[in-house]
Design a protein. Sequence first.
Length: 88
Amino acid sequence: MQEHEVLQETEVGVVTHYWSNIGVAGVHLEAPVDVGDHIHVAGHTDDFEQTVDSIEIDHRKVMHADAGTEVGIRVAAHAHPHDRIYRG
């Protein structure tokens, strides 16, 4: 019997808005996030994983954002308000 490692995910934020024309989710961060982090977006109708390739604060690209910050993150699929974002 093989044992499988279970990855522990940490919640990093919640989606507050989604701009479908540019594929960006507005996110209120509850923990820091960096470009390159692997995230999991989960909600009632959404469930996808991706690597963060773009973060913006007030329309300025950044490589890191701290907890408590409102950011825009380019997402690979449609996200909805109240979706939770986890880092694994």
